[in-house]
Design a binder for this molecule. Structure first.
Ligand SMILES: *[C@@H]1O[C@H](CO)[C@@H](O)[C@H](O)[C@H]1NC(C)=O
Ligand SMILES: *[C@@H]1O[C@H](CO)[C@@H](O)[C@H](O)[C@H]1NC(C)=O
Length: 168
């Protein structure tokens, strides 16, 4: 997986990248720290984030697996909603139209209400998946726009008024 992140001038570099591997794929020497597997955190910051762009080239998804595998840049203020466009590999990814070795990507938000999802689309291992998180001019609404960075094709989108205070 290759990840490139850029953030708007008002923001310091703060994003969390999460990945959870099925037990069968985890190295026996790797210490499991929490239920979500490996994670890289760049935050939190004392600034409020207003714009974040992450580009992920995910590599080929596993052809067989026991559990689910998710890759995502997650952003929240620690008590509010989690903005979380996810690349997902399930034992079958047919739900988004993906074939073996492809991922599904969908914009979603997780909060006290549970999870709300945008449409899922298939992604190949060498696709450049560009994930844009943007605070709209109302100061409340977060837009997640997911596109294929090379072709410009829209892959998923979701908007939700998660509030202005995103810090990491
Ligand atoms: C998100 O996508 C919609 C539809 O293409 C577009 O109108 C909007 O400007 C985009 N917003 C951002 C922040 O990229
Ligand atoms: C997180 O955002 C929510 C929604 O705007 C807000 O109610 C809450 O107070 C914020 N929490 C922190 C720690 O800023």
């Amino acid at each position: 997986m290759h990840v490139l992140s850029t953030l708007a001038p008002l923001a310091l570099p703060v994003m969390a990248l999460g990945a959870v591997l099925p037990a069968a794929l985890q190295s026996s020497t790797k210490v499991k720290r929490d239920g979500w597997g490996g994670a890289v955190s760049l935050g939190p910051t004392t600034s409020d984030i207003i714009h974040a762009v992450t580009t992920i080239i995910p590599g080929t998804a596993p052809s067989t697996q026991n559990g689910e595998l998710f890759l995502w840049p997650g952003m929240s203020n620690s008590t509010g909603d989690l903005i979380q466009t996810t690349l997902e590999s399930w034992p079958s990814n047919a739900w988004c139209g993906a074939t073996t070795g492809q991922w599904c990507v969908r914009a979603s938000i997780f909060g006290s209400f549970g999870q709300l999802d945008g449409t899922g689309s298939p992604v190949s291992g060498d696709d450049h998946v560009q994930i844009v998180y943007n605070l709209e001019s109302d100061g409340e609404t977060w837009v997640q726009n997911v596109t294929n960075a090379k072709t410009g094709a829209a892959l998923s989108s979701y908007s939700y008024p998660a509030g202005p205070y995103m810090t990491g």
